[in-house]
Design a protein around this ligand. Sequence first.
Ligand code: NAD
Length: 511
Amino acid sequence: MAIVHSIAADDGRRRLTLDSPVDRRRIDEIDVATAAEVDEAVARARAAQANWAARDVAERAEILRRAVDVLVARRDEIMDTVQAETGKPRVEAMAVEIVPSCDFLSYWTGRARRDLRPERRKLHGYLRPLKKLYINYQPLGVVGVITPWNGPFVLSLNPVVQALLAGNTVLLKPSEVTPRSGEWVVRILREAGVPDDVVQVLHGDGETGAALVAADIDKVCFTGSVGTGRKIAAACAERLRPYTLELGGKDAMIVCADADLERAAAGAVYLSMFNTGQVCMSVERIYVVDSVADEFIRLVSQRAAEITYGPGGDTDMGPLFWDRQVDVVTRHVNDAKDKGADVVVGGAPAAGNGLYFQPTVVLDATHDMDVMTEETFGPVAAVMRVRDEEEAVRLANDSRYGLSGSVFTKDPAKARRIAARMATGSVVHNDAAVIYGVPEAPFGGRKSSGVGHVNGTDALRGFTHAQPILIDRWQTKAESLWYPYSDKTIRNLEAVVRHGFGNRFLRRFLS
Ligand code: NAD
């Protein structure tokens, strides 16, 4: 039985009931925002935007900085909500949701002034004596942020905070699987002093998300599945509206012959299974060089078998957060078994009422198995032996996804060489998912894994329009190119081309 149900309420609107993934007890109900309510919220956000944008970026940052104190003070309540909706262990509620959120808030509020205030940019060559260039970072207006359920607080907070700092008003549509965890973002920001209409939450499922995308907004920032990302891109294309898409992944981990095998095995298990394996950029498939494969596999199997899971919040692993994931993970593991893989640890949903899946190790995986090609999003370490690092890179790139990847080796220079050949948005040495928690890293997916960046200066400025302003230095009566054209006009242009660009020495001076 599904844990999210749509029911008709007495007043004719749709309501969603939500059951716990731990024991399927009813934990909540939400009213689904109708298209008309979405439009009303957008209108309020539109009306509030000018005042919010009129505040200096330092003032906006000051307000948002207060949210760190609110977040620190309210962390237990936020973690209670996240745990109620996802069942993830307390450690993960803290490590995945709270710590990076504190860091994102602190980082972006410290960074915003530098990255968003008007800047002067030096012009090159012959333009320098004639003009001055300034860049304004203008807010786009109203931004819609649509988020998934796997990191329901942090994945909502990060884009919302950036969009607000840039002077936009924001409508957040959190996942219907974890609505209250997302709602906390809006609550703490309002408590810190962000006006109500400047940041709002809209509850509901895909219908509400689609209504938000169709509404009169100026950018969509989406994190979620590839399928939904495509629909959003198509809707935005119709209206020529910008969007950022952070989508799924099938991140490869490469274990080189010179890897520290203790670290590689511990990393393989943890990075495949923390957050119950529901992490978009971590480890979804593992390529280990044959010469060290036996020992690596022994260590991985041993560690995976030691993982504790089940209700209580103090085990190593919680349940899958959504019943649909149980079906996906089961299907992938069974498909691997049917095609000849060896499942040496786990391999099935755990007994009981909750959405638990046994920590699983799949050996002898190949690229004709879903577990190596489709996003599994569950606690599965799928291992494939490769001849050498060359083959590992080739197989890592043999994917329609390109979110992130990892290389385990004792040699950082080799890690960089391999990384340069990986067709992924980012690469991490001797670790993986941590890259999302590095706000200065321009994190974003390639291929089907996304469009644009969610971190780095590009991401923050992605919530603005960079408006170049060209200032006239000399204010002469007319430019030499303006009417009327004469022989002198063409002689001047000819001189620039022939004596300037046509001369190697001067060309360097002009560039
Ligand atoms: P999803 O696409 O089903 O839903 C994501 C959000 O979109 C939800 O809020 C949902 O209600 C909304 N939505 C659904 N249909 C919509 C529509 N037609 N128009 C607008 N909004 C719509 O994804 P999910 O199952 O919630 O999340 C899991 C996926 O997210 C995985 O594929 C995972 O890899 C990906 N993910 C990616 C990142 C990243 O940073 N790249 C981070 C977390 C999760």
